[in-house]
Write a protein that binds this ligand. Structure first.
Ligand SMILES: Cc1cc2nc3c(=O)[nH]c(=O)nc-3n(C[C@H](O)[C@H](O)[C@H](O)COP(=O)(O)OP(=O)(O)OC[C@H]3O[C@@H](n4cnc5c(N)ncnc54)[C@H](O)[C@@H]3O)c2cc1C
Length: 467
Protein backbone atom coordinates (compact mmCIF):
# COMPACT_ATOMS: atom_id res chain seq x y z
CA UNK A 1 0.00 0.00 0.00
CA UNK A 2 1.33 3.42 -0.91
CA UNK A 3 2.29 5.74 1.90
CA UNK A 4 -0.07 8.71 1.85
CA UNK A 5 0.65 12.22 2.98
CA UNK A 6 -1.97 11.69 5.71
CA UNK A 7 0.23 8.91 7.11
CA UNK A 8 1.79 11.81 8.94
CA UNK A 9 0.17 13.48 11.95
CA UNK A 10 -0.98 17.05 11.49
CA UNK A 11 1.90 18.50 13.45
CA UNK A 12 4.50 16.70 11.31
CA UNK A 13 6.70 19.35 9.81
CA UNK A 14 10.31 20.31 9.44
CA UNK A 15 11.14 23.85 10.34
CA UNK A 16 12.88 25.35 7.35
CA UNK A 17 14.28 28.65 8.54
CA UNK A 18 17.57 27.13 9.68
CA UNK A 19 17.98 24.79 6.73
CA UNK A 20 19.66 25.70 3.48
CA UNK A 21 17.15 24.48 0.86
CA UNK A 22 13.73 25.69 -0.16
CA UNK A 23 10.75 24.39 1.84
CA UNK A 24 10.02 21.83 -0.94
CA UNK A 25 13.00 19.77 0.30
CA UNK A 26 11.29 19.23 3.63
CA UNK A 27 7.67 18.46 2.67
CA UNK A 28 5.86 15.34 3.74
CA UNK A 29 5.30 13.86 0.30
CA UNK A 30 8.24 11.97 -1.20
CA UNK A 31 6.60 9.95 -4.02
CA UNK A 32 9.26 7.26 -4.05
CA UNK A 33 8.68 3.81 -5.48
CA UNK A 34 9.78 2.35 -2.15
CA UNK A 35 6.68 3.75 -0.48
CA UNK A 36 4.62 1.29 -2.52
CA UNK A 37 6.64 -1.65 -1.17
CA UNK A 38 6.52 -1.17 2.62
CA UNK A 39 4.82 1.03 5.20
CA UNK A 40 6.78 1.87 8.33
CA UNK A 41 4.88 1.74 11.64
CA UNK A 42 3.06 4.92 12.57
CA UNK A 43 4.75 6.29 15.67
CA UNK A 44 2.53 8.40 17.97
CA UNK A 45 3.28 12.03 18.73
CA UNK A 46 5.26 12.75 21.89
CA UNK A 47 3.00 14.32 24.52
CA UNK A 48 3.49 15.81 27.96
CA UNK A 49 6.52 15.57 30.23
CA UNK A 50 8.82 12.64 29.43
CA UNK A 51 11.89 11.60 31.37
CA UNK A 52 14.51 9.47 29.65
CA UNK A 53 18.09 8.34 29.85
CA UNK A 54 18.81 8.99 26.16
CA UNK A 55 16.91 10.98 23.56
CA UNK A 56 17.78 10.39 19.90
CA UNK A 57 16.78 12.95 17.29
CA UNK A 58 15.99 11.34 13.90
CA UNK A 59 14.36 8.03 12.98
CA UNK A 60 16.57 6.91 10.09
CA UNK A 61 19.28 4.25 9.94
CA UNK A 62 21.54 6.15 12.35
CA UNK A 63 18.98 6.91 15.06
CA UNK A 64 17.34 3.49 14.90
CA UNK A 65 20.62 1.60 15.10
CA UNK A 66 21.80 3.74 17.98
CA UNK A 67 18.59 3.04 19.90
CA UNK A 68 18.67 -0.69 19.15
CA UNK A 69 22.32 -0.93 20.20
CA UNK A 70 21.53 0.66 23.55
CA UNK A 71 18.44 -1.47 24.13
CA UNK A 72 20.32 -4.65 23.30
CA UNK A 73 23.18 -3.92 25.66
CA UNK A 74 21.34 -3.57 28.93
CA UNK A 75 19.81 -0.09 28.81
CA UNK A 76 16.19 0.19 29.85
CA UNK A 77 14.41 0.38 26.45
CA UNK A 78 11.60 2.52 27.85
CA UNK A 79 14.12 5.19 28.80
CA UNK A 80 15.49 5.35 25.24
CA UNK A 81 13.43 7.87 23.27
CA UNK A 82 13.53 8.49 19.51
CA UNK A 83 11.87 11.67 18.29
CA UNK A 84 11.31 11.90 14.55
CA UNK A 85 9.95 15.02 12.86
CA UNK A 86 7.91 12.97 10.39
CA UNK A 87 7.78 9.18 10.54
CA UNK A 88 10.58 6.57 10.60
CA UNK A 89 12.36 6.35 7.26
CA UNK A 90 10.93 9.62 5.97
CA UNK A 91 14.44 11.08 5.52
CA UNK A 92 17.09 9.66 3.21
CA UNK A 93 16.86 6.22 4.84
CA UNK A 94 13.53 5.38 3.22
CA UNK A 95 14.21 6.89 -0.19
CA UNK A 96 17.79 5.99 -1.17
CA UNK A 97 19.20 3.77 -3.91
CA UNK A 98 19.71 0.81 -1.57
CA UNK A 99 23.42 0.39 -2.31
CA UNK A 100 24.96 -1.14 0.78
CA UNK A 101 28.65 -0.83 0.05
CA UNK A 102 32.03 0.67 0.78
CA UNK A 103 32.00 4.45 1.22
CA UNK A 104 31.34 7.16 3.76
CA UNK A 105 33.98 9.65 2.65
CA UNK A 106 34.55 11.52 -0.58
CA UNK A 107 38.21 12.03 0.25
CA UNK A 108 40.19 10.08 -2.38
CA UNK A 109 42.30 7.25 -0.95
CA UNK A 110 45.54 9.01 -1.92
CA UNK A 111 44.44 12.04 0.12
CA UNK A 112 43.39 9.83 3.04
CA UNK A 113 46.92 8.42 3.07
CA UNK A 114 48.48 11.87 2.77
CA UNK A 115 46.43 13.24 5.68
CA UNK A 116 46.05 10.27 7.98
CA UNK A 117 48.74 7.76 6.94
CA UNK A 118 48.51 4.32 5.43
CA UNK A 119 47.69 2.45 8.64
CA UNK A 120 44.65 4.64 9.39
CA UNK A 121 43.50 4.43 5.77
CA UNK A 122 43.58 0.63 6.02
CA UNK A 123 41.80 0.73 9.36
CA UNK A 124 39.11 2.89 7.83
CA UNK A 125 38.64 0.46 4.96
CA UNK A 126 38.19 -2.39 7.47
CA UNK A 127 35.55 -0.33 9.30
CA UNK A 128 33.68 0.21 6.02
CA UNK A 129 33.68 -3.55 5.45
CA UNK A 130 32.41 -4.03 9.00
CA UNK A 131 29.61 -1.56 8.23
CA UNK A 132 28.34 -3.83 5.44
CA UNK A 133 28.33 -6.73 7.90
CA UNK A 134 26.36 -4.61 10.39
CA UNK A 135 23.55 -4.37 7.84
CA UNK A 136 23.76 -8.08 7.01
CA UNK A 137 23.52 -8.86 10.76
CA UNK A 138 20.52 -6.57 11.14
CA UNK A 139 18.66 -8.28 8.31
CA UNK A 140 19.16 -11.66 10.00
CA UNK A 141 18.61 -10.50 13.57
CA UNK A 142 15.31 -8.77 12.85
CA UNK A 143 14.22 -11.21 10.11
CA UNK A 144 13.91 -8.41 7.53
CA UNK A 145 13.25 -9.44 3.94
CA UNK A 146 14.92 -6.50 2.25
CA UNK A 147 14.92 -8.10 -1.22
CA UNK A 148 18.71 -8.18 -1.45
CA UNK A 149 20.67 -8.87 -4.61
CA UNK A 150 24.06 -8.12 -6.25
CA UNK A 151 27.45 -9.64 -5.50
CA UNK A 152 29.54 -6.66 -4.52
CA UNK A 153 29.60 -3.48 -6.54
CA UNK A 154 30.88 -2.55 -10.00
CA UNK A 155 32.33 0.73 -11.24
CA UNK A 156 31.71 1.47 -14.91
CA UNK A 157 34.22 3.50 -16.89
CA UNK A 158 32.42 6.25 -18.79
CA UNK A 159 35.56 7.02 -20.82
CA UNK A 160 38.36 4.88 -22.21
CA UNK A 161 40.90 6.69 -20.03
CA UNK A 162 38.96 5.66 -16.91
CA UNK A 163 38.93 2.04 -18.09
CA UNK A 164 42.69 2.32 -18.65
CA UNK A 165 43.12 3.36 -15.02
CA UNK A 166 41.38 0.29 -13.60
CA UNK A 167 44.51 -1.92 -13.65
CA UNK A 168 46.36 0.47 -11.34
CA UNK A 169 43.26 0.80 -9.16
CA UNK A 170 42.92 -2.99 -8.84
CA UNK A 171 46.62 -3.30 -7.98
CA UNK A 172 46.25 -0.65 -5.29
CA UNK A 173 43.17 -2.37 -3.83
CA UNK A 174 45.22 -5.54 -3.57
CA UNK A 175 48.39 -4.08 -2.14
CA UNK A 176 46.78 -1.58 0.25
CA UNK A 177 43.65 -3.39 1.38
CA UNK A 178 44.31 -6.99 0.31
CA UNK A 179 41.05 -6.71 -1.60
CA UNK A 180 40.49 -8.45 -4.92
CA UNK A 181 38.99 -6.60 -7.87
CA UNK A 182 38.07 -7.97 -11.29
CA UNK A 183 38.61 -5.92 -14.44
CA UNK A 184 36.15 -6.28 -17.31
CA UNK A 185 36.82 -5.09 -20.86
CA UNK A 186 34.02 -3.42 -22.82
CA UNK A 187 33.29 -6.75 -24.54
CA UNK A 188 33.11 -8.48 -21.16
CA UNK A 189 30.65 -5.91 -19.78
CA UNK A 190 28.42 -6.68 -22.75
CA UNK A 191 28.78 -10.41 -22.15
CA UNK A 192 27.85 -9.89 -18.49
CA UNK A 193 24.64 -8.06 -19.36
CA UNK A 194 25.89 -4.52 -18.71
CA UNK A 195 25.69 -3.18 -22.25
CA UNK A 196 25.51 0.56 -22.78
CA UNK A 197 27.21 2.87 -25.28
CA UNK A 198 28.42 4.89 -22.27
CA UNK A 199 30.35 1.95 -20.76
CA UNK A 200 34.02 1.39 -21.69
CA UNK A 201 34.95 -1.25 -19.15
CA UNK A 202 34.34 -2.09 -15.50
CA UNK A 203 35.95 -2.80 -12.16
CA UNK A 204 34.12 -5.25 -9.92
CA UNK A 205 34.77 -5.51 -6.19
CA UNK A 206 33.26 -8.12 -3.93
CA UNK A 207 32.08 -5.84 -1.13
CA UNK A 208 28.42 -5.11 -0.51
CA UNK A 209 24.97 -5.85 -1.84
CA UNK A 210 21.78 -4.04 -2.76
CA UNK A 211 18.57 -3.87 -0.73
CA UNK A 212 15.14 -2.29 -0.60
CA UNK A 213 15.79 0.60 1.83
CA UNK A 214 12.17 1.12 2.85
CA UNK A 215 11.81 -2.52 3.80
CA UNK A 216 15.07 -2.32 5.73
CA UNK A 217 14.15 0.84 7.66
CA UNK A 218 10.62 -0.48 8.27
CA UNK A 219 12.13 -3.63 9.77
CA UNK A 220 14.36 -1.54 12.03
CA UNK A 221 11.46 0.68 13.11
CA UNK A 222 9.38 -2.38 13.97
CA UNK A 223 12.32 -3.90 15.85
CA UNK A 224 12.63 -0.71 17.89
CA UNK A 225 8.96 -0.93 18.89
CA UNK A 226 9.28 -4.64 19.64
CA UNK A 227 12.28 -3.91 21.87
CA UNK A 228 10.15 -1.49 23.92
CA UNK A 229 11.98 1.67 22.80
CA UNK A 230 9.85 4.83 23.13
CA UNK A 231 9.37 5.95 19.53
CA UNK A 232 7.62 9.20 18.59
CA UNK A 233 6.73 10.48 15.12
CA UNK A 234 5.39 13.86 14.04
CA UNK A 235 7.52 15.28 16.83
CA UNK A 236 10.21 17.64 15.57
CA UNK A 237 12.70 18.82 18.14
CA UNK A 238 12.17 22.57 18.03
CA UNK A 239 14.59 23.64 20.74
CA UNK A 240 16.67 22.47 23.66
CA UNK A 241 18.42 23.68 26.75
CA UNK A 242 20.64 22.06 29.32
CA UNK A 243 20.41 22.40 33.08
CA UNK A 244 21.54 20.30 36.02
CA UNK A 245 23.38 17.80 33.82
CA UNK A 246 20.31 17.03 31.71
CA UNK A 247 18.97 18.15 28.37
CA UNK A 248 15.44 19.41 27.97
CA UNK A 249 14.22 18.79 24.42
CA UNK A 250 11.14 20.57 23.16
CA UNK A 251 8.71 19.24 20.58
CA UNK A 252 5.32 20.79 19.74
CA UNK A 253 3.57 18.45 22.20
CA UNK A 254 6.19 17.44 24.73
CA UNK A 255 9.18 18.32 26.85
CA UNK A 256 11.68 15.48 27.12
CA UNK A 257 14.32 15.48 29.81
CA UNK A 258 17.32 13.20 29.21
CA UNK A 259 20.90 12.74 30.31
CA UNK A 260 22.19 11.87 26.82
CA UNK A 261 21.32 13.59 23.55
CA UNK A 262 22.06 12.04 20.14
CA UNK A 263 21.75 14.04 16.92
CA UNK A 264 21.03 11.69 13.99
CA UNK A 265 19.49 14.10 11.52
CA UNK A 266 22.14 13.95 8.74
CA UNK A 267 21.07 15.82 5.55
CA UNK A 268 17.90 17.04 7.29
CA UNK A 269 19.84 18.66 10.14
CA UNK A 270 19.03 22.18 11.18
CA UNK A 271 21.82 24.71 11.57
CA UNK A 272 20.83 25.45 15.15
CA UNK A 273 20.04 22.00 16.60
CA UNK A 274 22.47 21.99 18.25
CA UNK A 275 23.95 25.46 17.77
CA UNK A 276 27.48 24.02 17.47
CA UNK A 277 26.42 22.44 14.15
CA UNK A 278 25.78 25.80 12.49
CA UNK A 279 27.49 26.03 9.09
CA UNK A 280 29.32 22.71 9.43
CA UNK A 281 27.22 20.43 7.19
CA UNK A 282 26.48 20.60 3.49
CA UNK A 283 23.24 18.79 2.55
CA UNK A 284 23.28 17.78 -1.11
CA UNK A 285 20.49 16.60 -3.39
CA UNK A 286 20.46 13.13 -4.88
CA UNK A 287 17.80 12.10 -7.40
CA UNK A 288 16.31 8.86 -8.70
CA UNK A 289 14.09 7.81 -11.61
CA UNK A 290 12.64 4.32 -11.74
CA UNK A 291 11.25 2.57 -14.80
CA UNK A 292 8.10 0.54 -15.19
CA UNK A 293 8.67 -3.25 -15.24
CA UNK A 294 10.75 -4.23 -18.27
CA UNK A 295 9.94 -7.21 -20.49
CA UNK A 296 12.52 -9.84 -21.41
CA UNK A 297 12.52 -8.54 -24.97
CA UNK A 298 13.27 -5.01 -23.77
CA UNK A 299 16.11 -6.24 -21.57
CA UNK A 300 17.53 -8.19 -24.50
CA UNK A 301 17.20 -5.17 -26.83
CA UNK A 302 19.37 -3.08 -24.52
CA UNK A 303 21.63 -5.96 -23.50
CA UNK A 304 21.23 -5.03 -19.84
CA UNK A 305 20.18 -8.11 -17.89
CA UNK A 306 22.55 -8.05 -14.89
CA UNK A 307 21.27 -7.32 -11.37
CA UNK A 308 24.68 -6.09 -10.27
CA UNK A 309 24.65 -2.69 -8.54
CA UNK A 310 26.82 -0.30 -10.52
CA UNK A 311 27.96 3.31 -10.56
CA UNK A 312 29.95 5.18 -13.15
CA UNK A 313 33.32 6.89 -12.97
CA UNK A 314 31.95 10.46 -13.13
CA UNK A 315 32.49 12.85 -10.23
CA UNK A 316 28.79 13.62 -10.53
CA UNK A 317 28.11 9.93 -10.64
CA UNK A 318 25.18 7.89 -11.82
CA UNK A 319 24.22 4.87 -9.70
CA UNK A 320 21.96 2.21 -11.14
CA UNK A 321 20.69 -1.30 -10.72
CA UNK A 322 18.09 -3.57 -12.20
CA UNK A 323 15.78 -4.45 -9.31
CA UNK A 324 14.63 -8.08 -9.58
CA UNK A 325 10.90 -8.39 -10.31
CA UNK A 326 8.94 -7.94 -7.10
CA UNK A 327 5.95 -10.16 -6.26
CA UNK A 328 3.03 -9.19 -8.48
CA UNK A 329 5.20 -7.36 -11.03
CA UNK A 330 5.89 -8.81 -14.44
CA UNK A 331 9.51 -7.78 -14.84
CA UNK A 332 12.46 -6.03 -13.22
CA UNK A 333 12.61 -2.24 -12.98
CA UNK A 334 15.66 -0.08 -13.59
CA UNK A 335 16.60 2.30 -10.76
CA UNK A 336 18.71 5.14 -12.13
CA UNK A 337 20.15 7.70 -9.72
CA UNK A 338 22.20 10.84 -10.07
CA UNK A 339 23.70 13.50 -7.83
CA UNK A 340 23.09 17.08 -8.80
CA UNK A 341 20.88 20.12 -8.47
CA UNK A 342 21.41 22.96 -6.04
CA UNK A 343 17.80 24.00 -5.56
CA UNK A 344 14.76 22.11 -4.35
CA UNK A 345 12.25 24.55 -5.86
CA UNK A 346 9.49 23.05 -8.00
CA UNK A 347 11.07 24.47 -11.17
CA UNK A 348 14.51 23.05 -10.33
CA UNK A 349 12.98 19.70 -9.43
CA UNK A 350 11.34 19.58 -12.88
CA UNK A 351 14.61 20.59 -14.56
CA UNK A 352 16.43 17.82 -12.69
CA UNK A 353 13.72 15.38 -13.76
CA UNK A 354 14.36 16.29 -17.41
CA UNK A 355 18.12 16.01 -16.95
CA UNK A 356 18.03 12.59 -15.29
CA UNK A 357 15.58 11.32 -17.90
CA UNK A 358 17.94 12.56 -20.64
CA UNK A 359 20.84 10.69 -19.00
CA UNK A 360 18.69 7.56 -18.63
CA UNK A 361 18.01 7.62 -22.38
CA UNK A 362 21.70 8.17 -23.17
CA UNK A 363 22.62 5.24 -20.96
CA UNK A 364 19.87 3.02 -22.37
CA UNK A 365 19.09 4.04 -25.97
CA UNK A 366 16.88 0.97 -26.45
CA UNK A 367 14.62 2.20 -23.64
CA UNK A 368 13.95 5.69 -25.04
CA UNK A 369 10.24 4.99 -25.02
CA UNK A 370 10.19 3.14 -21.69
CA UNK A 371 8.32 5.18 -19.09
CA UNK A 372 9.93 6.09 -15.76
CA UNK A 373 6.82 6.69 -13.63
CA UNK A 374 8.73 7.45 -10.42
CA UNK A 375 11.03 10.39 -9.78
CA UNK A 376 12.09 11.59 -6.35
CA UNK A 377 14.91 13.40 -4.55
CA UNK A 378 16.38 13.63 -1.09
CA UNK A 379 19.29 15.02 0.88
CA UNK A 380 22.61 13.36 1.57
CA UNK A 381 25.19 15.08 3.74
CA UNK A 382 28.76 16.26 3.13
CA UNK A 383 31.36 18.07 5.22
CA UNK A 384 34.10 20.50 4.30
CA UNK A 385 36.75 17.81 4.86
CA UNK A 386 34.73 15.14 3.01
CA UNK A 387 34.71 12.76 6.00
CA UNK A 388 31.89 11.53 8.22
CA UNK A 389 31.76 12.18 11.95
CA UNK A 390 30.67 9.99 14.84
CA UNK A 391 31.45 11.17 18.35
CA UNK A 392 30.79 13.76 21.03
CA UNK A 393 29.48 17.22 20.19
CA UNK A 394 32.40 19.48 21.18
CA UNK A 395 31.56 21.57 24.22
CA UNK A 396 28.34 19.71 25.05
CA UNK A 397 28.61 17.05 27.78
CA UNK A 398 26.82 13.80 26.96
CA UNK A 399 25.73 15.01 23.51
CA UNK A 400 26.60 12.89 20.49
CA UNK A 401 26.51 13.35 16.75
CA UNK A 402 26.72 10.92 13.85
CA UNK A 403 26.42 12.43 10.37
CA UNK A 404 27.82 12.99 6.87
CA UNK A 405 28.22 9.61 5.22
CA UNK A 406 28.68 11.30 1.83
CA UNK A 407 25.82 9.43 0.18
CA UNK A 408 26.77 6.07 1.66
CA UNK A 409 24.64 5.85 4.78
CA UNK A 410 22.95 2.49 4.24
CA UNK A 411 26.01 0.74 5.62
CA UNK A 412 27.78 3.62 7.37
CA UNK A 413 24.68 5.18 8.95
CA UNK A 414 23.69 1.79 10.33
CA UNK A 415 27.18 1.06 11.61
CA UNK A 416 27.90 4.53 12.98
CA UNK A 417 24.55 4.56 14.79
CA UNK A 418 25.74 1.37 16.53
CA UNK A 419 29.10 2.98 17.26
CA UNK A 420 27.39 6.01 18.82
CA UNK A 421 25.37 3.65 21.04
CA UNK A 422 28.57 1.91 22.13
CA UNK A 423 30.20 5.25 22.92
CA UNK A 424 27.26 6.29 25.09
CA UNK A 425 27.38 3.06 27.07
CA UNK A 426 31.17 3.31 27.41
CA UNK A 427 31.84 0.13 25.44
CA UNK A 428 33.79 1.93 22.73
CA UNK A 429 35.90 4.98 23.47
CA UNK A 430 35.35 7.81 20.98
CA UNK A 431 39.06 7.72 20.14
CA UNK A 432 38.96 3.98 19.44
CA UNK A 433 37.36 4.36 16.01
CA UNK A 434 39.44 5.13 12.90
CA UNK A 435 40.79 8.66 13.04
CA UNK A 436 39.21 9.44 9.63
CA UNK A 437 35.76 9.05 11.24
CA UNK A 438 36.42 11.26 14.22
CA UNK A 439 37.37 14.65 12.79
CA UNK A 440 34.68 17.07 14.03
CA UNK A 441 33.20 18.82 10.98
CA UNK A 442 34.79 22.21 10.45
CA UNK A 443 32.65 25.23 9.76
CA UNK A 444 32.45 26.28 6.10
CA UNK A 445 33.85 29.75 5.47
CA UNK A 446 30.86 32.08 4.98
CA UNK A 447 28.34 29.24 5.54
CA UNK A 448 25.56 31.21 3.86
CA UNK A 449 27.43 30.60 0.59
CA UNK A 450 27.40 26.80 0.88
CA UNK A 451 25.10 26.28 -2.09
CA UNK A 452 27.26 28.64 -4.15
CA UNK A 453 30.30 26.46 -3.41
CA UNK A 454 28.27 23.49 -4.57
CA UNK A 455 27.30 25.26 -7.80
CA UNK A 456 30.97 25.98 -8.49
CA UNK A 457 31.98 22.39 -7.69
CA UNK A 458 29.26 21.01 -9.96
CA UNK A 459 30.34 23.26 -12.82
CA UNK A 460 33.91 22.03 -12.38
CA UNK A 461 32.82 18.37 -12.15
CA UNK A 462 30.65 18.77 -15.24
CA UNK A 463 33.74 20.03 -17.09
CA UNK A 464 36.14 17.33 -15.82
CA UNK A 465 33.63 14.51 -16.38
CA UNK A 466 33.53 15.29 -20.11
CA UNK A 467 35.09 13.37 -22.97
C1 LIG B 1 18.12 9.85 -3.36
C2 LIG B 1 19.14 9.27 -2.42
C3 LIG B 1 19.85 8.14 -2.79
C4 LIG B 1 20.77 7.58 -1.92
N1 LIG B 1 21.37 6.41 -2.25
C5 LIG B 1 22.16 5.78 -1.36
C6 LIG B 1 22.64 4.49 -1.62
O1 LIG B 1 22.33 3.87 -2.64
N2 LIG B 1 23.46 3.91 -0.71
C7 LIG B 1 23.79 4.54 0.45
O2 LIG B 1 24.54 3.98 1.25
N3 LIG B 1 23.30 5.76 0.76
C8 LIG B 1 22.48 6.38 -0.11
N4 LIG B 1 21.95 7.59 0.20
C9 LIG B 1 22.31 8.20 1.49
C10 LIG B 1 21.62 7.52 2.67
O3 LIG B 1 20.26 7.36 2.40
C11 LIG B 1 21.83 8.34 3.94
O4 LIG B 1 23.21 8.53 4.14
C12 LIG B 1 21.25 7.68 5.17
O5 LIG B 1 19.91 7.33 4.97
C13 LIG B 1 21.38 8.59 6.38
O6 LIG B 1 20.64 8.04 7.43
P1 LIG B 1 20.34 8.91 8.71
O7 LIG B 1 19.53 8.09 9.62
O8 LIG B 1 21.63 9.44 9.26
O9 LIG B 1 19.55 10.18 8.17
P2 LIG B 1 18.07 10.27 7.51
O10 LIG B 1 17.59 8.96 7.04
O11 LIG B 1 18.08 11.38 6.54
O12 LIG B 1 17.16 10.62 8.76
C14 LIG B 1 17.26 11.85 9.43
C15 LIG B 1 15.91 12.06 10.07
O13 LIG B 1 16.01 13.15 10.98
C16 LIG B 1 14.74 13.73 11.04
N5 LIG B 1 14.87 15.08 11.61
C17 LIG B 1 15.52 16.14 11.10
N6 LIG B 1 15.41 17.18 11.94
C18 LIG B 1 14.69 16.77 13.01
C19 LIG B 1 14.24 17.39 14.20
N7 LIG B 1 14.52 18.67 14.48
N8 LIG B 1 13.52 16.66 15.07
C20 LIG B 1 13.23 15.35 14.82
N9 LIG B 1 13.62 14.72 13.69
C21 LIG B 1 14.35 15.42 12.80
C22 LIG B 1 14.25 13.73 9.61
O14 LIG B 1 12.84 13.81 9.54
C23 LIG B 1 14.80 12.40 9.09
O15 LIG B 1 13.82 11.37 9.06
C24 LIG B 1 21.03 8.19 -0.64
C25 LIG B 1 20.31 9.32 -0.28
C26 LIG B 1 19.38 9.85 -1.14
C27 LIG B 1 18.61 11.06 -0.71
Amino acid sequence: MALQADHFPQSARIRTMDRIYEPEAYVKTVNSYWETTATPPLWPEAAGEISAETVIIGGGFTGLNCALELAETGHDPASIVIVEAMQPGWGASGRNGGFCGIGGSKLPVAKQIARFGEAETRRYFEEQKAAIETVRDNLVRYAIDAETHSRGETELAHRQKDADGFAAEAARMKSLFDSEARILSKAETVAEGLASPTVFGALETGHGFALNPMRYVTGLARAALAAGISCFGGSPMTGYRSAGGRYRIETPGAAISARNLVIATNGYSSDDLPRWLGGRLLPVLSNIVLSRPLSEAELADQGWTSHQMVFDSRNLLHYLRLIPARPGEDGPRMLFGMRGGTSASAASHSAMHRMIRRDFETFFPAWRSVETPFFWSGLVCLTRDLTSYTGPVPGMANAWLSVAYHGNGVSMGSHCGRLAGRMISGRRAPDAIPVIMRQPPRRFPFPALRRNYLRAAYAWYGWTDRG
